[in-house]
Design a protein around this ligand. Structure first.
Ligand code: FE
Ligand code: FE
Ligand code: MG
Length: 167
């Protein structure tokens, strides 16, 4: 733990660690949802969609890395048991039971929209209180916003393709 680094935080550090651990649990679930979705995908544009899902999976894992680094820096304990991921995560894990591309895209779009809310709230809470976490949340938020748009744009292409093909 960095003692001075912890001292400069203008909010309850345990509360902050709780929020960081919740986001950390979410990132692992998002990682798996993307990673598995990419493997089982079926339907039009599946190769393009799978490539994007695989990339997003690695980016979600990187968010987990950024969060765990901050948790350790603050003297916290990162969630040690994956069983805790479900109860701690503010965003639902949506099992990819239906492999159709449109369904998988919709599930992941909903996940990104939840993640955007999580990092927006983390920024609101840490603003003027913990610049390091604020900056970290901004870095992740920028990528979640990009993820949402990537998926919505793929979904739009898919919808156009399906609409034209059915004529
Ligand atoms: Fe993420
Ligand atoms: Fe994301
Ligand atoms: Mg992308």
């Amino acid at each position: 733990m960095g003692t001075k680094g912890r001292q400069i935080i203008g909010m309850d550090v345990e509360e902050l660690l709780g929020l960081l651990n919740a986001a950390y649990a979410s990132e692992w679930l998002a990682y798996y949802q993307y990673w598995l979705g990419a493997k089982i995908l079926k339907g039009p544009m599946k190769d393009a969609v799978a490539a994007e899902l695989t990339l997003h999976a690695t980016e979600e894992l990187n968010h987990a890395t950024l969060l765990v680094t901050r948790i350790v820096q603050l003297g916290g304990t990162p969630v040690t048991d994956p069983k805790q991921w479900f109860p701690l995560s503010p965003c639902a894990y949506d099992a990819p039971d239906d492999p159709y591309v449109a369904v998988i895209l919709d599930q992941n779009i909903a996940g990104e929209q939840c993640a955007i809310g999580v990092y927006k709230r983390l920024m609101d809470i840490t603003k003027d209180k913990d610049m390091v976490t604020y900056n970290l949340a901004l870095t992740i938020l920028q990528q979640e916003v990009e993820h949402e748009e990537d998926l919505q744009s793929l979904k739009e292409d898919l919808d156009l393709m399906v609409a034209r093909g059915s004529k």
